[in-house]
Design a protein around this ligand. Structure first.
Ligand SMILES: C[S@@+](CC[C@H](N)C(=O)[O-])C[C@H]1O[C@@H](n2cnc3c(N)ncnc32)[C@H](O)[C@@H]1O
Length: 246
């Protein structure tokens, strides 16, 4: 990729990085839904080396540091890198890096855990990304990621008529997010079937350990009753834990 060609992730998040950072600490979809589920897949992290891949505003990075992990964080969007630096200072090693490329800042087997929350939805081909995560994990290390749920994303894109609509394809779709104030950011993502979500893991050597199709926690209901009722009936996110040679 040339330096004039921005990745999809950067195009999406440079529009509203500060607004995203301000909202997601307490936004129901993150605070009462995705984060509790993803965090429940993490082991005790004290003393562990963790890569926060696609760290965004650094909420997970800060959470990990507070629990005694040694954290390397990276994100493709310069504004997000800056916000994470502001949040944690020099307590973590922070890089501007695109996870679809080689992670040149990391030697082989550098990490016990790779955490990649809500990042892969902006990447078409996951296999090279998982291959690089596999390389930087030590033997016995763990990859934890969250993404749009294959069924939930399919239902969402059908409801909003965003794609021609074939569950079995990896499809790009564009939508506006209204939950972060105006101007509404225009977000381009990929949705994919279950086989395109899990098979790239197996192809590079990961073993599936656990998946979660989480439901929102009770505090969500007061914040957003309409979405709460829907998410208690149909999935929004998928959280996955996979191991390297466990
Ligand atoms: C929804 S935010 C999630 C941030 C954080 N992981 C969290 O859950 O709080 C998505 C982040 O992924 C980053 N991102 C998207 N594509 C990326 C890529 N190819 N490489 C690195 N970061 C990427 C974006 O810049 C953005 O900060």
């Amino acid at each position: 990729m040339t330096h004039t060609q921005k990745s999809l992730g950067e195009q999406n998040y440079e529009q509203f990085a500060e607004r995203y950072a301000a909202a997601v600490e307490t936004k129901a979809h993150n605070a009462y839904y995705e984060r509790p589920a993803t965090l429940s897949l993490l082991p005790e992290v004290e003393g562990l080396q963790v890569l926060d891949a696609g760290c965004g505003p650094g909420i997970y990075t800060e959470w990990l540091l507070k629990r005694g992990a040694q954290v390397v964080a990276c994100d493709v969007t310069p504004q997000m890198v800056e916000i994470t630096r502001r949040r944690v200072g020099n307590l973590a090693e922070i890089h501007q890096a695109d996870i679809t490329q080689s992670l040149t800042f990391a030697v082989d087997a550098a990490f016990d855990i790779v955490l990649c929350s809500l990042v892969l939805d902006y990447i078409n081909d996951w296999q090279p990304v998982f291959k690089e995560f596999f390389r930087v994990l030590r033997s016995g290390g763990t990859l934890i990621f969250s993404c749009g749920h294959p069924t939930g994303d399919y239902l969402y894109t059908q409801r909003k008529q965003l794609t021609p609509g074939n569950y079995f394809n990896v499809e790009k779709f564009v939508t506006e997010w209204s939950g972060f104030g105006e101007p509404y950011p225009v977000i381009t993502s990929y949705r994919r079937p279950l086989q395109a979500t899990l098979n790239p893991l197996f192809k590079v050597g990961f073993i599936l350990d656990e998946i979660l199709e989480p439901k929102p926690i009770p505090q969500f209901e007061e914040a957003n009753p309409e979405d709460y009722n829907r998410l208690m009936r149909e999935p929004g996110f998928l959280c996955v834990r996979a191991c390297k040679l466990c």
